[in-house]
Design a protein. Structure first.
Length: 277
């Protein structure tokens, strides 16, 4: 009888079939919804993990020792920034230094910084130790600090006393070690940079020397030229120039040439000098 009853169940009514179909559909829909929710949860979890991963990587980068101020803001690191792998700052690096200081490469404050470094090598070349010495002398750690010292360096150049020391330094550095005379062409390049703001006669002086056959410029002639430019402010001063004073003969000859060219009465006698400097 049970077999027949079970078999009878297989012959369900249309209503029963419909009910079973609806239950299966609900179960299928429920399963589909569960699957969709699982996918959404998985996607959300993945996004969260990626976000946390990016945050962790950002945090790790911010904690790297090489970017800490205590290690990077030093005169040594400033030298490395300029030298870019070299152990000497040369002409090209001096141009970068000028840019970092916010001035033109021909600005005297760049050489004034080198003055603080007390270099002993070739002109426009600084060793690491010399650069660090200059930075320490100015109490600078970074190139930004050095930019802030430009006004101070200009003040040194405006002072007659400190400028004389600076002018003396330029001669020794540009001359080269173990040499007695400064190369004439080097002197002709340096004088306009150094003295144009201090005397009206610099251009005429340089032009005159270009035509003279002198081997080089002695230390005495270099320093006396500064004194001459300091004293000679006008044609009236040139007219009163004392040829009997102890000026280098090259300066005597320049004054005689200038007086003749400008029609200024000369107080000079017959002694023509020996045209040396």
């Amino acid at each position: 009888g049970r077999v027949q009853q079970e078999r009878g169940c297989s012959h369900s009514s249309p209503a029963m079939s419909s009910l079973v179909g609806r239950k299966r559909k609900r179960a299928s829909d429920a399963g589909g919804a569960t699957s969709t929710n699982k996918k959404r949860r998985a996607t959300a979890t993945g996004s969260l993990l990626k976000k946390r991963g990016r945050e962790a990587e950002k945090d790790r980068k911010s904690k790297r020792p090489k970017t800490t101020l205590s290690q990077s803001d030093t005169p040594d690191s400033s030298f490395d920034e300029l030298a870019q792998g070299s152990e000497v700052i040369g002409v090209d690096e001096f141009e970068r230094l000028a840019m970092q200081m916010g001035v033109d490469s021909s600005d005297l404050v760049v050489i004034a910084f080198a003055w603080q470094c007390t270099p002993t090598g070739a002109f426009c070349h600084l060793s690491r130790a010399e650069f660090v010495r200059g930075m320490n002398a100015l109490q600078c750690s970074t190139l930004d600090d050095l930019r802030g010292k430009v006004a101070f360096l200009r003040g040194l150049l405006r002072s007659n006393h400190s400028f004389r020391d600076f002018y003396d330094f330029v001669f020794e550095w540009a001359k080269g070690k173990d040499l007695k005379l400064l190369d004439k062409n080097m002197a002709l390049q340096m004088w306009p940079l150094l003295l144009s703001d201090r005397s009206k006669f610099v251009a005429e002086w340089v032009q005159y020397l270009e035509s003279q056959k002198t081997r080089g410029i002695s230390k005495d002639c270099w320093m006396q030229t500064l004194e001459f430019m300091h004293l000679m402010k006008s044609d009236g001063d040139i007219a009163a120039y004392d040829f009997d004073a102890f000026w280098p003969s090259l300066i005597d000859e320049f004054v005689a040439h200038y007086q003749a060219e400008k029609g200024i009465a000369s107080t000079r006698g017959d002694d023509n000098g020996d045209m040396t400097c």
